[in-house]
Design a protein around this ligand. Structure first.
Ligand code: CDP
Ligand code: CDP
Ligand code: CDP
Length: 227
C-alpha cells in the first residue's frame, strides 16, 4: 500500500501557504490542515469571552475547557469548539487579525494546540486520505519535524502586502511577522533541512509544480478528473 505522507509548509503572512496547501491537497488527495485557522478560531473564541492574552489565569481556564474537535469538509480540516465551527468571516476579522499573534506567543496557547495538531494525522487516516499537508509557522520545526517534506515559503514584504490588499483585507502582516519572528516559543524561522522557495516572482501554479515534482516521487498524483 502507498505510504502515508506528511507535508509541512511554513512561511510568513501571505507567503502563499494556504493556496499552495489547498492545491496540493487536491492533487494528491491529502487532508489540508491550516493551523493558522486554528489559532484564529481560538483567538475569536477568547476575544468573544473578553479574555486578554495577559490574563494568564483566565486564559488557562478557558483553554482547558475548549473541548476541541475536527470536522472534515471536502479535503479541509475545520476546528470545532464545543461542537461548533467558528464562522469563517469571524476568523478573518480585523479584531482577530490584530489579536492572533499576541495569543499565539503565549506558551500555554501553543501547548494547548500541539497534541491537537499532531492528532490531525489520525483524522486524515480515519478519513482515508493518503496523507496530510499542514501549513503554519512551526510545522516543520515543532509539530512534524520528521515530516516527509518540509517547505518554507518566502516572498518579499511588498509583494505579500500587495497580495493581502488584493484580497480586500485589513491586516497588518508586517506587524504579525514581527511578533511571530521575535516570540520565544516556536518563532517563525526556516528549520534546518527545509526546502526554501521564494515565490515573489512565481505564480501559484509554479510553486505548486515545484513541490509536486518532489512529492510525486513518493505518491502518484490523482488523475486530473478526480482532483
Ligand atoms: O493570514 P495568514 O495566512 O498569514 O496567517 P495564518 O496562517 O492564518 O496565521 C495567523 C497567525 O496565527 C499567525 O500570524 C501566527 O501568529 C499564528 N500561527 C502560529 O503562531 N503558528 C502556526 N503554526 C500558525 C499560525
Ligand atoms: O496562507 P498565506 O497567508 O501564506 O497565503 P495565501 O492566502 O495562500 O496567499 C495570499 C494571496 O496571495 C492569495 O490571494 C493568493 O492567491 C496569492 N498568491 C500569489 O499571488 N502568488 C503565489 N505564488 C501564491 C499566492
Ligand atoms: O499515531 P499516529 O501515527 O497516527 O500519529 P502520530 O503519532 O501523531 O504521528 C503521525 C506522524 O507524525 C508520524 O508518522 C511521524 O512521522 C510524524 N511526527 C513527527 O514528524 N514529529 C513528531 N514529533 C511526532 C510525529
Amino acid at each position: 500500500s502507498l505510504p502515508f505522507v506528511i507535508i509541512a509548509i511554513d512561511g510568513g503572512a501571505a507567503s502563499g501557504k494556504s493556496s499552495t496547501a489547498r492545491a496540493l491537497s487536491e492533487r494528491f488527495n491529502l487532508l489540508h490542515v491550516d493551523t493558522g485557522s486554528f489559532y484564529r478560531a481560538i483567538t475569536a473564541e477568547l476575544v468573544r469571552r473578553g479574555i486578554a492574552p495577559e490574563n494568564l489565569d483566565a486564559l488557562r481556564a478557558a483553554l482547558a475547557a475548549l473541548a476541541l474537535g475536527t470536522r472534515v469538509e471536502g479535503r479541509a480540516a475545520r476546528m470545532e469548539i464545543a461542537g461548533r465551527t467558528v464562522d469563517p468571516a469571524e476568523i478573518r476579522s480585523p479584531a482577530v487579525n490584530a489579536a492572533v499573534s499576541h495569543f499565539a506567543a503565549v506558551p500555554d496557547v501553543r501547548a494547548a494546540l500541539l497534541a491537537y495538531q499532531r492528532g490531525q494525522a489520525g483524522v486524515a487516516r480515519g478519513h482515508g486520505f493518503r496523507g496530510l499537508v499542514m501549513e503554519g509557522r512551526d510545522i516543520g520545526s515543532v509539530i512534524f519535524p520528521d515530516a516527509d517534506f518540509r517547505f518554507f515559503l518566502h516572498a518579499d514584504p511588498e509583494e505579500r502586502a500587495r497580495r493581502r490588499a488584493l484580497e480586500g483585507q485589513q491586516d497588518s502582516i508586517a506587524e504579525r511577522d514581527r511578533l511571530d519572528t521575535q516570540r520565544k516559543t516556536a518563532p517563525l524561522a526556516i528549520p534546518p533541512g527545509a526546502t526554501a522557495i521564494d515565490s515573489t516572482h512565481l505564480t501559484l501554479a509554479q510553486v505548486v509544480e515545484k513541490i509536486s515534482v518532489l512529492v510525486a516521487v513518493k505518491i502518484p498524483p490523482l488523475p486530473p478528473a478526480a482532483a
